[in-house]
Design a protein around this ligand. Sequence first.
Ligand SMILES: NC(=O)c1ccc[n+]([C@@H]2O[C@H](COP(=O)([O-])OP(=O)(O)OC[C@H]3O[C@@H](n4cnc5c(N)ncnc54)[C@H](O)[C@@H]3O)[C@@H](O)[C@H]2O)c1
Length: 321
Amino acid sequence: MAGVIKTVGVIGTGTIGSSWTGLFLSKGLKVLVSDPAPGAEKLLTEHLERFWPVLEEIGLAPGASLKNCQFVGASMEKHLGEVDFIQENAPEKPEIKNKLIGEIDAGARPEVIIASSSSGIPSSQFISQCKKHPERVLIGHPFNPPHLMPLVEVVPHPGTSKEATDKAIEIYASLGKAPVLVKKEIPGHAANRLQAALMQEAYSLVGNDVLSAKDLDACITTSLGPRWALVGPYMSLVSGGGGGRGGFKHMMHHIGPAAQGWLKDMAERNLPFDEDLITKMDKSVQEELNEFDPTVVEKQRDEALVKLVKLKHEKGASMLV
Ligand SMILES: NC(=O)c1ccc[n+]([C@@H]2O[C@H](COP(=O)([O-])OP(=O)(O)OC[C@H]3O[C@@H](n4cnc5c(N)ncnc54)[C@H](O)[C@@H]3O)[C@@H](O)[C@H]2O)c1
């Protein structure tokens, strides 16, 4: 599939579009980029120069070069016939995406997939101006930054063809990403919903003064974080239940009922998400910041993340991507 895609169109080159551009370039593809903001080309160049050493460390495909990037200006319109795949990364506003996707659909070849990075707007809400082939529009939602994070959530709208969905999954997989199929449109897709569920309890634990923000962060970075980077929650339950085909059900019967009790208690202790809660949590976060410099933390995180992504890339499916 990688051979089928030679030129990618990246629409919008902010945080996500520039990172996607880096990823596509590192895979040896030609990338055409458009963005109407003044100074967008300069900003893109700066982002790419920052990403490139990291992408080199992860490993470049033959022919990969920053020279394969062409900024085409405010609009992709004149170049739509040249692209084999579109990744749209314009602001998260339905009216902008609706107009853009209509224009892209009018100019791109019929077989070209139009994937939107949208974090929350289902694509069924921005295809009303697609007069030609709305069945090739879908969500290809990355986790930030897409040049490092493997996940892409592929979410079809009710009218997306199975062929387009399958093709998008194949394309992302051929680019070294870890695509998952979110079968139905649902607010926040899957990964952000999981994050929101966990954060709800994190807000409650710190807001109810059960533990500090620093200790809550440590609970994740020293337990669930490292485990889930390697083995997902369902597979962890299989192991926790003794492994094998019976492991999951055993764990459900063993720990499941107790966890249902915790969930009831958690629902009762949930605090209203208001300024009082935010102020209380911020006090605890500020204490954490007395000990940790966020700039240093981010640098260390990114260095370690590159090693982890590289390891997962080398081990492939045996590390459950
Ligand atoms: N930031 C994240 O963590 C994150 C993660 C995953 C997905 N996303 C999604 O990616 C998309 C882009 O988000 P972002 O964080 O990169 O936003 P951003 O504000 O950093 O970038 C948006 C870019 O779109 C450009 N733009 C504005 N109007 C445009 C138009 N008509 N055509 C083309 N480009 C236009 C802007 O100039 C800007 O450079 C959103 O749909 C967002 O939900 C964001």
